[in-house]
Design a protein around this ligand. Structure first.
Ligand code: ATP
Ligand code: LTN
Length: 329
């Protein structure tokens, strides 16, 4: 039997944080042998907030180089840039015709992002429909993402079900795949909100590409509490988040970590955490520099990726056009 399909994407809307790494990228690697994987750089999603064109181009290649530095293998997975496969936008338009305004208005990411901006753009409203198109084009079974994307994957299932019921079986219904630890990394400055690369306060996140000095400084400044005792509970949310980060990078369980620091203070814990994070990211940071400098290799990867992805996407797209009643060319 054919392997099942895994699909995920990351927006080149800035430099990636350890939230993106632990919630998504790190988990992409291990899936490559068991599944047919597609990993996309979703640049069309990134323009739902204003982007400086030069920076968008740079960030897109940075994300590609980070994918490769983290261990994504173009021999095993299809790695490509969303705007190179126009089928995504075409399917999105067709899915719009069965998407309900009410359901899109209930998406928490839409509500959060539109609260923050002066003008609510149509792109941010339609964002989840484009994400559904990404996933459904490839008959995806599993979507490895952080917990914040749960509602979008559910919407994707609803749209697939609606389409299948109206036009006959066409799409596979996808399931979300969240990691056991690291599914929701919180801001280092306000642990009630998720760590986000678009947060204006650079102390709130650690970037995969931050240098070690910045990484250590940000961990030192991370908000904790005045209890000065290492415990894992909902009263000590800042510390809880730091323990989660420690656990995700070291592979140690939360219980092990709490036992290791019994009777010790936050200063020592934070210093060790900085070591664990820097050790965990060092190989990736080094490989990134080499890969990012090799423009020809990057170009080869995204061109071949787009060709393979287009072939698969167009197969689904042709079926959709036909089922909806469009005349074939
Ligand atoms: P932005 O912060 O700019 O709104 P984002 O980082 O949330 O964007 P993406 O770049 O598309 O959005 O996220 C890529 C992946 O990283 C998704 O799977 C998302 O769930 C995951 N992710 C993002 N932030 C976190 C976090 N704080 N903890 C865990 N996973 C996260
Ligand atoms: N909305 C996602 C990014 C994204 C995505 C996808 C993830 C766009 N298309 C398809 C998985 C599958 C986010 O993380 N903000």
């Amino acid at each position: 039997m054919d392997k099942k399909v895994v699909y995920s994407g990351i927006q080149p809307s800035g430099s990636l944080t350890i939230g993106n790494y632990l919630g998504a990228l790190k988990n992409f690697i291990g899936l490559q042998d068991e599944y047919n994987c597609l990993y996309c750089i979703v640049d069309m999603h990134a323009i739902t907030v204003p982007q400086e064109p030069k920076l968008l181009r740079k960030n897109t290649l940075d994300v590609l180089a980070l994918y490769l530095a983290a261990g994504l293998d173009p021999e095993k997975s299809i790695i490509y840039i969303q705007s190179h496969v126009p089928a995504h936008v075409e399917l999105m338009w067709m899915l719009n015709s069965i998407s309900s305004m009410g359901q899109l208005q209930r998406m928490t990411q839409f509500k959060d992002k539109s609260k923050k901006s002066k003008e609510v753009l149509a792109g941010i409203f339609n964002y989840p429909v484009l994400m559904a198109a990404d996933i459904l084009l490839y008959q995806t079974s599993y979507v490895p993402v952080g917990e914040d994307q749960k509602q979008h994957v559910e919407l994707t299932r609803d749209l697939a079900q609606k389409f299948n019921a109206r036009y006959s079986d066409t799409f596979v219904l996808p399931d979300i795949l969240t990691p056991k630890s690291g599914a929701r990394i919180m801001s280092l400055q306000d642990p009630s909100i998720k760590m986000s690369k678009s947060d204006p306060d650079a102390n709130s996140f650690i970037l995969i590409l931050d240098d070690e000095e910045a990484t250590r400084r940000k961990i030192k400044r991370a908000v904790t509490d005045s209890l000065n005792s290492i415990d894992y509970n909902d009263e000590q949310v800042g510390l809880k988040n730091l323990i989660n980060i420690y656990s995700s990078f070291s592979g140690k369980s939360v219980e092990e970590i709490v036992a290791m620091y019994d009777g010790k203070g936050y200063g020592e814990f934070k210093e060790d955490l900085a070591d664990v994070v820097c050790d965990g990211l060092r190989p990736l940071r080094e490989r990134f520099k080499e890969i990012r400098a090799d423009k020809e290799y990057l170009e080869k990867v995204y061109k071949e990726g787009a060709e393979k992805a287009s072939y698969l996407a167009n197969k689904t797209l042709r079926k959709v056009y036909k089922k909806m009643g469009f005349i074939a060319k």
